[in-house]
Design a protein around this ligand. Sequence first.
Ligand code: 3PG
Length: 211
Amino acid sequence: MKISELLASSRVVPLIQADDPAIAVEMSRALAAGGLKVAEVVFRTDRALDCLKAVADEVPEMVAGAGTVLTAVQAEAALENGAKFVVSPGLDDGVVAAAQKNGVPIYPGTVTPSEVQRAYNLGLDTVKFFPASIAGGVPALKALSSVFRSMQFMPTGGVSPDNLTEFLSIPAVIACGGSWLTPADAVAAGDYERLTELAAEAVAIARVARD
Ligand code: 3PG
């Protein structure tokens, strides 16, 4: 399945942040058990690359992308270690080019019309909208999507069960991303069941939003 199809059917993309590959694997399995089969392993720890590789190698039921990718070098490393897609907080031509050269989807963070237009002219059809809640939330996203009619958006940043339905109800939203599915306290306590419950809750919300 293409990544875009996977995002469109999953509709929710959890963030996996870990400094131990074994923990990243447990988190991935727990999320997949709750029904989420695509996730971002974020480059915010020294061992993020190892975590990504472990998830890619050991959790076949999870399609893992690399998140918080800041440089083209990081993007190349992520792709060499199993990333199926790349997500960035901002729009960087080098990161976009690295992903495009490898034929892998890249979802750069955008907020302003100029950023979305730049992404469009770099050949992208889907961008992240980050930080979604601070950057104007649902009204801002509706305004952007009314202008960029073919662009699809992945709002991330401040998304939660409380506003997930509202974001997913915007036709231009392919999926929402967020860290609420992987609370640090639950991970620290080894409470992976909590992740499964949060994933299942998100899947249920997404189903209602679609219907
Ligand atoms: C991201 O990297 O996409 C954001 O940090 C996610 O934001 P959140 O923590 O508010 O979900």
